[in-house]
Design a protein. Structure first.
Length: 77
């Protein structure tokens, strides 16, 4: 399991940036709030489940997107 960890400010900025270029109707402030709430609600016991099976991979999503992509590619090999 991949768990992306990022500051809320980073996520909000990236979603706002995407909204400027994507023309997606769901890229708006209300949807962004809902998405961030959903990300924050991942139960700790779910993460622990994968952690105890040595199947949890944490990815620092605060890094530049190219580095996040590289980290994921390294994990999934």
């Amino acid at each position: 399991m991949l768990a992306f960890q990022a500051d809320v400010a980073v996520l909000r900025d990236r979603l706002h940036d995407r909204s400027q270029t994507s023309s997606r109707p769901d890229d708006n402030e209300q949807t962004i709030k809902v998405r961030l709430a959903a990300f924050a609600s991942v139960p700790a016991d779910l993460l622990d489940f994968y952690r105890t099976r040595d199947a949890l991979h944490l990815v620092d999503a605060n890094l530049p997107l190219e580095q996040v992509t590289h980290a994921v590619q390294h994990i999934i090999g």
